[in-house]
Write a protein that binds this ligand. Structure first.
Ligand code: AHG
Ligand code: MN
Ligand code: MN
Length: 338
């Protein structure tokens, strides 16, 4: 069988876009290249100690960077050089990074990115990821502005994630389904391995940080108890699986079916995850795969955004499971207001 690389696939799909002159294709290609560089570093993470690079400086006398900072720099450099992006919003930067250069003078897009998701797993050889969202700019020229990012998730032109796991995989959507590509290290290419990914309507996995249980809203507590209850007809109890890298948890649930929850807690009353570069892109992908993503009440993609690092609670995954969790939330809110 002949393999199809990410590059070939993107070019073939270019015809799907009205007016597309290849800019989006180039942007996706640039992200793919940066992802390969990040993957290379992620794969070497465990070697840092024995190579004596653990201190402040490495053997070349360069400062050793944390992987999340390194990943951030790689994606920014690739997007700056590519010329299709007029601003970047990153989890690692307080403010947006406008790009106003000779190569980017016709740039139509802005990119929001979580360069390294699951940073607590970097040093323990557990999967991490990258999440990105692409919007068409609203402003007309020069470097992009905040307002280019203050668009609802429904306006995303494309979104994707890379998972640096037992294999590296890039999964993305442009609103016409979801496709997954696995990196073949022998040829250094992402190859189409998961065409037309769909998430099962129902699943047997729930993913939530149960350590925060006491601080969860009542409806979430009750839904967790529901997941743990014995019921043969609905294959309960479900299995609990929580990696702590949202990308990895949501990727697994996309393939197997399941729900991932990061609710509000008494400590983080707005939730923990960020709307712009975590929840919106993941919601776009999961919806495109036939699943659902809400904040417990409202569809994530329709949420208004007024701050770059705005937080939101997240209920995402198999449609029937998200619906069930929302039923519990609704019932307990109704009870509380009595
Ligand atoms: P990041 O590493 O980009 O800060 O994101 C981590 C996120 C998400 O990926 C993960 O599911 C969640 O935070 C884990 O949070 P807890 O440790 O609070 O469970
Ligand atoms: Mn993250
Ligand atoms: Mn991060």
């Amino acid at each position: 069988m002949r393999v199809k690389t990410l590059g070939q696939f993107i070019i073939e799909k270019q015809a799907d876009f009205q007016y597309a002159k290849g800019e989006l294709s180039r942007l996706l290609r640039d992200i793919g290249i940066a992802a390969k560089i990040v993957n290379r570093e992620v794969n070497k993470a465990g070697l840092v100690e024995i190579l004596g690079e653990t201190g402040e400086t490495n053997v070349q006398g360069e400062k050793v960077k944390k992987l999340d900072v390194f990943a951030n720099e790689q994606f920014i450099a690739a997007l700056k050089a590519g010329g299709e992006c007029c601003a970047i919003a990153s989890e690692e930067n307080e403010e947006i990074i406008p790009i106003d250069s000779e190569v980017s003078k016709n740039a139509k897009y802005v990119v929001a990115i979580d360069p390294l998701d699951g940073s607590s797993n970097i040093d323990v050889n557990v999967s991490v990821g990258t999440i990105f969202a692409i919007y068409r700019r609203i402003t007309l020229k020069g470097g992009g502005k905040n307002e280019d990012f203050f668009q609802r998730g429904t306006e995303q032109i494309a979104a994707g994630y890379i998972i640096y796991g037992s294999s590296a995989m890039l999964v993305y959507t442009t609103g016409k389904g979801v496709n997954g590509f696995t990196l073949d290290p022998s040829i250094g290419e992402f190859c189409l391995s998961h065409p037309n990914l769909t998430i099962p309507k129902n699943g047997k996995i729930y993913s939530v940080n149960e350590g925060n249980y006491l601080h969860f809203p009542d409806g979430v507590k009750k839904y967790i108890k529901y997941c743990q209850a014995e019921d043969a007809a609905t294959s309960r109890p479900y299995s609990s699986r929580y990696i702590g890298s949202g990308v990895a948890d949501i990727h697994r649930n996309l393939i197997l079916g399941g729900i991932y929850i990061y609710p509000t807690t008494t400590k983080s009353p707005k939730g923990k995850l960020r709307l712009l570069y975590e929840c919106n892109p993941l919601a776009f992908i999961i919806e495109q795969a036939g699943g659902k993503a809400t904040d417990g009440v409202k569809r994530i993609l329709e949420k208004e955004i007024t701050e770059l690092h705005q937080r939101t609670p997240l209920f995402i995954g198999s449609e029937e499971m998200v619906d069930k969790a929302m039923e519990f939330l609704k019932a307990s809110v109704a009870l509380e207001s009595k």
